[in-house]
Design a protein around this ligand. Structure first.
Ligand code: GLN
Length: 264
């Protein structure tokens, strides 16, 4: 079984293109956390809400948050003449932060889903994702279908509020799904034997398998997805600028270069 979400709402998202923000680019500053209330977008600061346990999109290198999303966000902020501030929070809190105004946008390898589109507005997509299944090397689970076999009771570890969580809960029922605060913790539970597999995005899955011995990624994926930036519903002023910036960064090869730097 494989879910296909690609292109969902693509048409709806491709609506807004406007000229990008004016003003001289300023130095950007990634890897800095700051209290949400200290800064506002009016002060020339662009606040990005993320969850920095999602290598290679966002992760800690020492005290800095780095990765694909951070570099793309820096390039967008530069085009808007704003300073980027990255705020790390639970993935599950990002949409709330954006809607409450404590962050200007959310960027966290976030998949465009019909449910999220009800709560926030998404930019054009800047990358694709795949939901992968991680199992122990000697697992009896050999493909996604094994999870659905009659009488199967395999427990699935997921990161709370992610599409892996949403799909697995819908498809298998909440009794078979164990939610963790981030992908690391889900994989630690897999290594410890509390769950039989972990469903998570493919690039973080690769990093997690590399960091933990005795695990592998199944060849059959669970779903294909589009990643996009989210803004508060109705914030078309910012969304138009972000879309125009992404458009330019795609056209001039910047986004491809950033993706290729992190994804071999
Ligand atoms: N792509 C997944 C989602 O949007 C996971 C994102 C994440 O864990 N940062 O739900």
């Amino acid at each position: 079984m494989k879910r296909i979400l690609s292109a969902i709402l693509g048409a709806a998202m491709l609506l807004c293109f406007a000229s990008c923000g004016e003003g001289e680019p300023t130095e950007t500053e990634s890897g800095t956390s700051s209290s949400a209330s200290e800064v506002s977008s009016e002060s020339g600061v662009l606040r990005m809400a993320t969850n920095a346990y999602f290598q290679p999109y966002e992760y800690y290198e020492g005290e800095d948050i780095v990765g694909i999303d951070v570099e793309i966000a820096e390039a967008i902020a530069k085009k808007l003449g704003m300073e980027l501030v990255v705020e790390d929070m639970e993935f599950d809190s990002i949409i709330t932060a954006v809607n409450e105004g404590s962050a200007d946008f959310g960027m966290a390898g976030m998949t465009v889903t019909p449910e999220r589109v009800e709560d926030v507005d998404f930019s054009v997509s800047y990358a694709n994702g795949v939901q992968s299944i991680i199992v122990p090397e000697n697992s009896p689970i050999t493909c996604a279908d094994d999870l659905f076999a009659e009488g199967a009771t395999y427990k699935v570890g997921v990161q709370l509020g992610t599409t892996g969580d949403i799909y697995a809960t819908e498809d298998l029922g909440s009794d078979r799904v164990v939610q963790y605060s981030n992908g690391n913790n889900a994989v630690l539970a897999l290594v410890g034997g509390s769950v039989d597999c972990v469903i998570i995005d493919n690039e973080p899955a690769k990093a997690l398998v590399e960091a933990n011995e005795g695990l592998k990624i199944l060849e059959t994926a669970y779903a294909d997805e589009d990643y996009a930036i989210c803004v508060k519903k109705g914030n078309s002023e910012l969304l138009d600028k972000i879309n125009a910036a992404i458009d330019e960064l795609v056209a001039d090869g910047t986004i491809d270069n950033i993706l290729n730097k992190y994804i071999k």
